[in-house]
Write a protein that binds this ligand. Sequence first.
Ligand SMILES: O=C(O)CCC(=O)C(=O)O
Ligand SMILES: [Fe+2]
Ligand SMILES: [Mg+2]
Length: 668
Amino acid sequence: MDPFDPPFRETYKPLFDNHFNNESRKGNRIVDLQEASECVYELPLIDLSRLNQGGIESEKCKQEIAKASQEWGFFQVINHGVSQEVLENMRSEQVKAFRKPFNDKVNGHYVLDFLAGSYQWGTPSATCLRQLAWSEAFHVPLTDISTIDGVTSLRYPSCPISTHVFGLMPHTDSDFLTILHQDHVGGLQLLKNGKWIAVNPKQEILIVIIGDLFQAWSNGTYKSVEHRVVANKHFERFSTAYFLCPSYDTIIESCDETPIYRRFTFKEFRQQVQEDVKTFGHKIGLSSQVKDYKIDLLVQQYKQFTILEEESIDSGFARFNTIITSLKALDEGFSSKNYDDLIGNLKVHEVVMEKDSEIYRGKKERVKSIALKAKKESSDDETSTSGSDGKEYVMAVRNFKKFFRRRVNLLGNQEKKRSHSDKGMRSKERMIRNALDAVNQIISLVIVQNHLVTKIKRHSLEVLGVIVKMTSRTKLTMKLVLWLNRQMRKIQNHLGSSIVAIRTDHGREFDNEIQFRAYCDAQGITHNFSTPRTPQSDGVVERKNRTLQEMSRTMLNEQSIPQNFWCNAVDTSTYIFNRILIRPILRKTPYEIFRVLNKHIMKVEESLNVTFDESHPPTKLSPLVDDDVGEEEAIENNTKVVNNSNEEDESIEADEVVNIKESKNDPL
Ligand SMILES: O=C(O)CCC(=O)C(=O)O
Ligand SMILES: [Fe+2]
Ligand SMILES: [Mg+2]
């Protein structure tokens, strides 16, 4: 590597590690150079001097250009009027500029009199090696006014891993047309009938590539051809591209009676391309100007979606989420065919999940909302979390895989078209929305969970399985009562006295709930309410509550997660809150303070003025999970993080150590 080469390896280290550490990637190369060179095609080559001859010759030349633009979207020209001397000078200036130290290229150099930001290299948005461009470029505007129209000077450093990474990824040009000059090394390939064809270099030749705008303007007659540059293992390569662009507010519109593309400005198009690259990881191009096409594309991506072997769960779900969100955004444009297909698929999900969950849970619960449970790989982490044993894990992974596999397998059966009444259609629309929401929820939950797993991030979370549950409103209240019953018993045992009264605020879960009242009556407990709209009387609780609410709100906002995940976010906040130093001077987290090891009797004790609550909280929306793990077991798990200071316990104000209830199946 030369000192002026960009630091590909250092900057994109995670992508390299990810790509090469994965055994399954061996032999799985992105570019096979043979593939391109074997094709024998006569590439269109046009002598432009014929245009000056006038008459038939000139007409024939024009026809050839038009034909090549239709069939290839590309042609090479000789006798184009740009002298060999100009081309050579351009090349030697280019070499000089790229030979400057890397830092000068990035930060500017008095010799390199370019505008700030005109130097670019690699692909900052790349998430895997195949998205990384092994190249550097200077963009040189041709006028002081327009920075769009201009010449790009490109260098492709020699690349030791040339079969694993592109010099430039396959793309179409977003301009009107491109005129290109490449050096003797070669590497430019274009797509023709599904095959990549090498454009062999010749010094005196210029290459003309039809861009997206020309395709739109000609209503699809002239093709914006997909092209790429393969990296070379031994030699660096230089090329110069001139992009012919209109001004930003130019309206692109075909005068054909039946235009394929909607009318758009160049500015809109550029913004669309940038947005698509951000959301999809690649350019969608002109197709995004055709709404139906975009929906079809998304539906197809949705159907064929699989998590790649080398891909992390995070990134897989993020991709899936993008597809679903985009589909929802285009919802009103859905044709019935698309609905049918999707509904079919989603029905299959539901059936599959219902069945799988029955095996998994061994219960007959109805299936409705879904959640993914994560398991950490390492068992050396002290806080036991998932509570699942090996058998459960294997089963769950199997279920998860089945969920994806069946979905894909059954796609083929969805093609039959059926006619529907309006009423049927409406219920289907509802169904698809619910189902899409459900899918979104899986994704979001994984995001919530992963987002917070900082400690074991390295191991990354592995998806354990799909746990499927439904809780109706009445069931929820019953569970609340059961939960409360357990808590009260615990407190009573702990304090050795019975509870005669409880005081709550007027929360809907307490007030106005028949079951709750019945329960209190049956137990002989008086239920007091605090003064309405006077949260001061519940000071400590309300303050902590506020902290939790703020943490949770921030979490959901940050990741744009739906409100339905409120309870999960609160769980997570609680978990974190109990494990961070609230008053650093104490050097104890609330969690450590609550559970104190009494050295004399070698037993774990709980603080007297607080009760550490291990069971699942009765959140308003959460599908309460039965406590499968016994209380002793839960305590046992937690004793591992005890601290031996008993004295300090007393010195802590109740305000600081107030117990915040925490779900047992917390995110870590
Ligand atoms: O370097 C080349 O040969 C191709 C460059 C190119 O396709 C582009 O910059 O869009
Ligand atoms: Fe290009
Ligand atoms: Mg309240």
